[in-house]
Design a protein around this ligand. Structure first.
Ligand code: GLN
Length: 313
Protein backbone atom coordinates (compact mmCIF):
# COMPACT_ATOMS: atom_id res chain seq x y z
CA UNK A 1 0.00 0.00 0.00
CA UNK A 2 1.15 3.54 -0.54
CA UNK A 3 1.17 5.73 2.55
CA UNK A 4 -0.42 8.71 0.80
CA UNK A 5 -3.33 6.64 -0.49
CA UNK A 6 -3.80 5.07 2.95
CA UNK A 7 -3.80 8.49 4.62
CA UNK A 8 -6.29 9.80 2.07
CA UNK A 9 -8.57 6.81 2.66
CA UNK A 10 -8.34 7.30 6.44
CA UNK A 11 -9.34 10.92 6.09
CA UNK A 12 -12.08 10.65 3.49
CA UNK A 13 -13.78 7.30 4.12
CA UNK A 14 -16.18 8.54 6.85
CA UNK A 15 -17.59 11.33 4.67
CA UNK A 16 -17.79 9.10 1.57
CA UNK A 17 -19.67 6.57 3.65
CA UNK A 18 -22.21 9.11 4.91
CA UNK A 19 -22.81 10.32 1.35
CA UNK A 20 -23.37 6.75 0.15
CA UNK A 21 -25.67 5.99 3.08
CA UNK A 22 -28.23 8.38 1.52
CA UNK A 23 -28.54 5.93 -1.37
CA UNK A 24 -30.03 3.28 0.92
CA UNK A 25 -33.37 5.07 0.53
CA UNK A 26 -33.49 3.75 -3.06
CA UNK A 27 -33.51 0.11 -2.00
CA UNK A 28 -34.83 -2.28 0.60
CA UNK A 29 -33.63 -5.38 2.44
CA UNK A 30 -34.40 -8.77 0.87
CA UNK A 31 -37.61 -10.28 2.22
CA UNK A 32 -37.97 -13.54 0.26
CA UNK A 33 -35.92 -15.06 3.09
CA UNK A 34 -38.19 -13.73 5.88
CA UNK A 35 -35.43 -13.46 8.48
CA UNK A 36 -33.42 -11.05 6.27
CA UNK A 37 -36.26 -8.51 6.19
CA UNK A 38 -35.45 -7.37 9.76
CA UNK A 39 -32.05 -5.95 8.76
CA UNK A 40 -31.55 -2.20 9.38
CA UNK A 41 -32.16 -0.68 5.94
CA UNK A 42 -29.87 2.33 6.33
CA UNK A 43 -26.92 0.56 7.95
CA UNK A 44 -23.68 0.93 6.00
CA UNK A 45 -20.26 -0.30 7.02
CA UNK A 46 -16.88 -0.81 5.38
CA UNK A 47 -13.50 -2.28 6.25
CA UNK A 48 -10.40 -2.08 4.06
CA UNK A 49 -7.52 -4.40 4.99
CA UNK A 50 -3.94 -4.08 3.78
CA UNK A 51 -1.44 -6.99 3.52
CA UNK A 52 0.37 -5.81 6.68
CA UNK A 53 -2.86 -6.36 8.60
CA UNK A 54 -3.69 -2.67 9.00
CA UNK A 55 -7.36 -1.82 8.69
CA UNK A 56 -9.47 1.24 8.02
CA UNK A 57 -13.13 1.01 8.93
CA UNK A 58 -16.13 3.31 8.87
CA UNK A 59 -19.83 3.09 9.69
CA UNK A 60 -21.43 -0.09 11.02
CA UNK A 61 -18.46 -2.31 10.17
CA UNK A 62 -19.25 -4.60 13.12
CA UNK A 63 -22.83 -5.23 11.96
CA UNK A 64 -23.37 -9.00 11.75
CA UNK A 65 -24.89 -10.34 8.54
CA UNK A 66 -24.96 -13.62 6.64
CA UNK A 67 -22.67 -14.27 3.68
CA UNK A 68 -25.44 -15.53 1.38
CA UNK A 69 -24.06 -15.59 -2.17
CA UNK A 70 -20.62 -14.37 -1.10
CA UNK A 71 -20.14 -17.89 0.28
CA UNK A 72 -20.39 -19.27 -3.28
CA UNK A 73 -16.92 -17.98 -4.16
CA UNK A 74 -15.38 -19.97 -1.32
CA UNK A 75 -17.38 -23.16 -1.79
CA UNK A 76 -16.26 -22.99 -5.43
CA UNK A 77 -12.65 -22.74 -4.23
CA UNK A 78 -13.07 -25.66 -1.85
CA UNK A 79 -14.75 -27.73 -4.58
CA UNK A 80 -11.81 -26.96 -6.90
CA UNK A 81 -9.39 -28.06 -4.18
CA UNK A 82 -11.46 -31.23 -3.63
CA UNK A 83 -12.24 -32.19 -7.26
CA UNK A 84 -9.81 -30.27 -9.47
CA UNK A 85 -10.82 -28.16 -12.48
CA UNK A 86 -11.98 -31.12 -14.51
CA UNK A 87 -14.24 -32.43 -11.75
CA UNK A 88 -15.86 -29.04 -11.24
CA UNK A 89 -16.31 -28.02 -14.88
CA UNK A 90 -18.00 -31.29 -15.78
CA UNK A 91 -20.85 -30.02 -13.62
CA UNK A 92 -20.94 -26.23 -14.08
CA UNK A 93 -20.19 -23.90 -16.97
CA UNK A 94 -18.04 -20.77 -17.22
CA UNK A 95 -20.48 -18.23 -18.68
CA UNK A 96 -22.64 -15.44 -17.23
CA UNK A 97 -26.38 -15.78 -17.76
CA UNK A 98 -27.69 -12.22 -17.84
CA UNK A 99 -30.62 -13.52 -15.79
CA UNK A 100 -31.52 -13.22 -12.10
CA UNK A 101 -29.44 -15.29 -9.66
CA UNK A 102 -32.30 -17.66 -8.92
CA UNK A 103 -33.51 -17.96 -12.51
CA UNK A 104 -34.90 -21.22 -13.85
CA UNK A 105 -34.29 -20.10 -17.42
CA UNK A 106 -31.45 -21.57 -19.47
CA UNK A 107 -30.90 -24.59 -17.23
CA UNK A 108 -31.44 -26.83 -20.23
CA UNK A 109 -29.43 -24.78 -22.69
CA UNK A 110 -25.84 -25.75 -21.98
CA UNK A 111 -25.02 -29.33 -22.86
CA UNK A 112 -25.67 -31.53 -20.95
CA UNK A 113 -28.08 -29.40 -18.94
CA UNK A 114 -25.47 -28.06 -16.50
CA UNK A 115 -25.85 -24.62 -14.83
CA UNK A 116 -24.15 -21.75 -16.65
CA UNK A 117 -21.78 -20.85 -13.81
CA UNK A 118 -21.05 -21.62 -10.13
CA UNK A 119 -22.27 -18.24 -8.80
CA UNK A 120 -25.94 -18.50 -9.77
CA UNK A 121 -28.03 -20.53 -7.33
CA UNK A 122 -28.33 -23.57 -9.61
CA UNK A 123 -24.54 -23.71 -10.05
CA UNK A 124 -23.79 -23.09 -6.38
CA UNK A 125 -26.15 -25.90 -5.34
CA UNK A 126 -24.23 -28.25 -7.65
CA UNK A 127 -20.96 -26.98 -6.12
CA UNK A 128 -22.29 -27.82 -2.62
CA UNK A 129 -22.69 -31.41 -3.80
CA UNK A 130 -19.02 -31.50 -4.88
CA UNK A 131 -17.61 -30.69 -1.44
CA UNK A 132 -15.91 -33.78 -0.04
CA UNK A 133 -17.52 -35.46 3.00
CA UNK A 134 -19.48 -38.63 3.71
CA UNK A 135 -22.44 -36.85 5.27
CA UNK A 136 -23.96 -33.36 4.92
CA UNK A 137 -22.68 -32.64 8.44
CA UNK A 138 -19.14 -33.53 7.42
CA UNK A 139 -19.36 -31.33 4.31
CA UNK A 140 -20.69 -28.42 6.36
CA UNK A 141 -17.93 -28.91 8.93
CA UNK A 142 -15.27 -28.87 6.20
CA UNK A 143 -16.78 -25.70 4.72
CA UNK A 144 -16.80 -24.03 8.14
CA UNK A 145 -13.17 -25.01 8.80
CA UNK A 146 -12.10 -23.60 5.43
CA UNK A 147 -14.05 -20.35 5.87
CA UNK A 148 -12.67 -19.91 9.41
CA UNK A 149 -9.11 -20.13 8.09
CA UNK A 150 -9.77 -17.65 5.28
CA UNK A 151 -11.63 -15.22 7.55
CA UNK A 152 -9.03 -15.60 10.33
CA UNK A 153 -11.68 -16.32 12.97
CA UNK A 154 -12.06 -19.79 14.50
CA UNK A 155 -15.46 -18.89 15.98
CA UNK A 156 -17.20 -18.32 12.63
CA UNK A 157 -20.45 -20.29 12.37
CA UNK A 158 -23.84 -20.18 10.70
CA UNK A 159 -26.86 -18.23 11.93
CA UNK A 160 -29.47 -20.78 12.96
CA UNK A 161 -32.46 -18.44 12.51
CA UNK A 162 -31.47 -17.38 8.97
CA UNK A 163 -30.72 -20.98 8.03
CA UNK A 164 -34.12 -22.17 9.31
CA UNK A 165 -35.89 -19.27 7.63
CA UNK A 166 -34.31 -19.96 4.23
CA UNK A 167 -34.78 -23.71 4.50
CA UNK A 168 -38.49 -23.26 5.29
CA UNK A 169 -39.17 -20.95 2.33
CA UNK A 170 -36.73 -22.10 -0.39
CA UNK A 171 -39.35 -23.41 -2.81
CA UNK A 172 -37.55 -21.97 -5.79
CA UNK A 173 -34.13 -23.36 -4.86
CA UNK A 174 -35.80 -26.74 -4.19
CA UNK A 175 -37.33 -26.76 -7.64
CA UNK A 176 -33.97 -25.85 -9.21
CA UNK A 177 -32.29 -28.65 -7.28
CA UNK A 178 -34.90 -31.29 -8.15
CA UNK A 179 -34.64 -30.29 -11.79
CA UNK A 180 -30.86 -30.72 -11.62
CA UNK A 181 -31.35 -34.09 -9.97
CA UNK A 182 -33.68 -35.16 -12.77
CA UNK A 183 -30.97 -34.15 -15.26
CA UNK A 184 -28.43 -36.15 -13.19
CA UNK A 185 -26.26 -33.11 -12.75
CA UNK A 186 -26.98 -33.53 -9.03
CA UNK A 187 -26.23 -37.07 -8.07
CA UNK A 188 -26.71 -36.90 -4.32
CA UNK A 189 -29.78 -36.64 -2.11
CA UNK A 190 -31.41 -33.30 -2.96
CA UNK A 191 -32.43 -32.33 0.57
CA UNK A 192 -28.97 -33.17 1.92
CA UNK A 193 -27.28 -31.02 -0.72
CA UNK A 194 -29.68 -28.15 -0.03
CA UNK A 195 -28.96 -28.40 3.68
CA UNK A 196 -25.25 -27.85 2.99
CA UNK A 197 -26.10 -24.95 0.65
CA UNK A 198 -28.47 -23.18 3.11
CA UNK A 199 -25.93 -23.53 5.91
CA UNK A 200 -23.03 -22.02 3.99
CA UNK A 201 -25.27 -19.17 2.83
CA UNK A 202 -26.14 -18.53 6.50
CA UNK A 203 -22.57 -18.20 7.80
CA UNK A 204 -22.50 -15.02 9.85
CA UNK A 205 -19.76 -12.42 9.41
CA UNK A 206 -19.02 -8.71 9.66
CA UNK A 207 -17.04 -6.36 7.39
CA UNK A 208 -13.70 -7.29 9.00
CA UNK A 209 -14.24 -10.93 8.09
CA UNK A 210 -15.03 -10.27 4.45
CA UNK A 211 -12.20 -7.77 4.14
CA UNK A 212 -9.82 -10.49 5.30
CA UNK A 213 -11.41 -13.11 3.01
CA UNK A 214 -11.03 -10.65 0.13
CA UNK A 215 -7.42 -9.94 1.09
CA UNK A 216 -6.55 -13.64 0.80
CA UNK A 217 -7.89 -13.50 -2.79
CA UNK A 218 -6.07 -10.21 -3.43
CA UNK A 219 -2.86 -12.03 -2.41
CA UNK A 220 -3.64 -14.91 -4.80
CA UNK A 221 -4.45 -17.36 -2.02
CA UNK A 222 -1.70 -16.48 0.47
CA UNK A 223 -2.41 -15.95 4.14
CA UNK A 224 -1.70 -12.26 4.89
CA UNK A 225 0.32 -12.69 8.10
CA UNK A 226 2.38 -15.75 7.22
CA UNK A 227 2.55 -15.90 3.41
CA UNK A 228 1.42 -19.54 3.67
CA UNK A 229 -0.56 -20.81 0.67
CA UNK A 230 -4.18 -21.35 1.71
CA UNK A 231 -5.57 -21.74 -1.82
CA UNK A 232 -3.66 -22.61 -5.02
CA UNK A 233 -3.12 -19.52 -7.16
CA UNK A 234 -4.77 -21.05 -10.24
CA UNK A 235 -8.03 -21.59 -8.35
CA UNK A 236 -8.03 -18.02 -7.05
CA UNK A 237 -7.54 -16.89 -10.66
CA UNK A 238 -10.66 -18.87 -11.65
CA UNK A 239 -12.68 -17.44 -8.74
CA UNK A 240 -11.65 -13.87 -9.56
CA UNK A 241 -12.60 -14.36 -13.22
CA UNK A 242 -16.08 -15.47 -12.16
CA UNK A 243 -16.32 -12.51 -9.76
CA UNK A 244 -15.73 -10.14 -12.70
CA UNK A 245 -18.16 -11.84 -15.10
CA UNK A 246 -20.88 -13.03 -12.66
CA UNK A 247 -20.08 -11.72 -9.16
CA UNK A 248 -22.69 -8.97 -9.10
CA UNK A 249 -25.33 -11.16 -10.79
CA UNK A 250 -26.80 -9.57 -13.91
CA UNK A 251 -25.33 -6.18 -12.97
CA UNK A 252 -21.75 -7.47 -13.36
CA UNK A 253 -21.18 -5.56 -16.61
CA UNK A 254 -22.24 -2.25 -15.12
CA UNK A 255 -20.18 -2.92 -11.98
CA UNK A 256 -17.10 -3.67 -14.12
CA UNK A 257 -17.51 -0.32 -15.84
CA UNK A 258 -18.33 1.73 -12.74
CA UNK A 259 -16.03 0.04 -10.18
CA UNK A 260 -13.77 -2.32 -12.12
CA UNK A 261 -12.85 -4.70 -9.28
CA UNK A 262 -13.48 -8.43 -8.74
CA UNK A 263 -16.40 -8.56 -6.31
CA UNK A 264 -19.20 -10.74 -5.00
CA UNK A 265 -22.43 -9.61 -3.43
CA UNK A 266 -25.01 -11.40 -1.28
CA UNK A 267 -28.68 -10.74 -0.57
CA UNK A 268 -28.00 -9.88 3.08
CA UNK A 269 -26.34 -6.73 1.68
CA UNK A 270 -22.68 -7.72 1.88
CA UNK A 271 -20.14 -7.09 -0.88
CA UNK A 272 -16.66 -8.58 -0.92
CA UNK A 273 -14.29 -6.71 -3.25
CA UNK A 274 -10.55 -6.73 -3.78
CA UNK A 275 -7.84 -4.56 -5.22
CA UNK A 276 -5.37 -7.12 -6.63
CA UNK A 277 -2.15 -7.33 -4.63
CA UNK A 278 -3.25 -4.45 -2.42
CA UNK A 279 -6.44 -4.57 -0.38
CA UNK A 280 -9.34 -6.69 0.73
CA UNK A 281 -12.59 -4.78 1.14
CA UNK A 282 -15.73 -5.74 3.03
CA UNK A 283 -18.90 -3.66 2.70
CA UNK A 284 -22.38 -4.15 4.13
CA UNK A 285 -25.57 -2.21 3.42
CA UNK A 286 -28.77 -4.30 3.62
CA UNK A 287 -30.94 -2.16 1.28
CA UNK A 288 -30.78 -3.84 -2.14
CA UNK A 289 -31.57 -2.66 -5.66
CA UNK A 290 -33.74 -4.69 -8.03
CA UNK A 291 -30.73 -6.80 -9.10
CA UNK A 292 -30.13 -7.87 -5.50
CA UNK A 293 -27.01 -5.77 -4.85
CA UNK A 294 -26.50 -3.34 -1.95
CA UNK A 295 -27.40 0.11 -3.30
CA UNK A 296 -25.31 2.10 -0.85
CA UNK A 297 -22.53 -0.51 -0.95
CA UNK A 298 -22.12 -0.28 -4.73
CA UNK A 299 -22.20 3.52 -4.49
CA UNK A 300 -19.46 3.52 -1.86
CA UNK A 301 -17.26 1.13 -3.85
CA UNK A 302 -17.67 3.31 -6.93
CA UNK A 303 -16.68 6.42 -4.95
CA UNK A 304 -13.57 4.71 -3.57
CA UNK A 305 -12.53 3.14 -6.85
CA UNK A 306 -12.86 6.39 -8.78
CA UNK A 307 -11.02 8.44 -6.16
CA UNK A 308 -8.14 5.97 -5.89
CA UNK A 309 -8.11 4.86 -9.55
CA UNK A 310 -8.52 1.20 -8.63
CA UNK A 311 -10.20 -0.15 -11.74
CA UNK A 312 -8.22 -3.07 -13.08
CA UNK A 313 -9.19 -2.18 -16.64
N1 GLN B 1 -29.20 -18.09 0.00
C1 GLN B 1 -29.62 -17.20 -1.04
C2 GLN B 1 -30.48 -17.92 -2.05
O1 GLN B 1 -30.21 -19.04 -2.34
C3 GLN B 1 -28.41 -16.63 -1.71
C4 GLN B 1 -28.78 -15.76 -2.86
C5 GLN B 1 -27.97 -14.51 -2.96
O2 GLN B 1 -27.29 -14.03 -2.07
N2 GLN B 1 -28.12 -13.90 -4.12
O3 GLN B 1 -31.45 -17.41 -2.55
Amino acid sequence: KTETEWAELCGLLPSWLEASRQQAAYGKPASYIPELAHAPADALGVTIMAPDGQKISAGECGHAFTLQSISKVFTLLLALMDQGEEGVFRKVGMEPTGDDFNSMLKLELVEPGIPFNPLINAGAIVISSLIRGKTPEEKTERILTFFRTIAGDASLTYNQAVYASESATAHRNRSLAYFLKDNRVLEEDVEEVLDVYFKHCSIEVNCHHIARMALVLALNGKEPDTGRELIPRRYVQIAKSFMITCGMYNASGEFAIRVGLPAKSGVAGGILALVPGKYGIGVVGPALNDKGNSVAGVHLLQTMSEACDWSIF
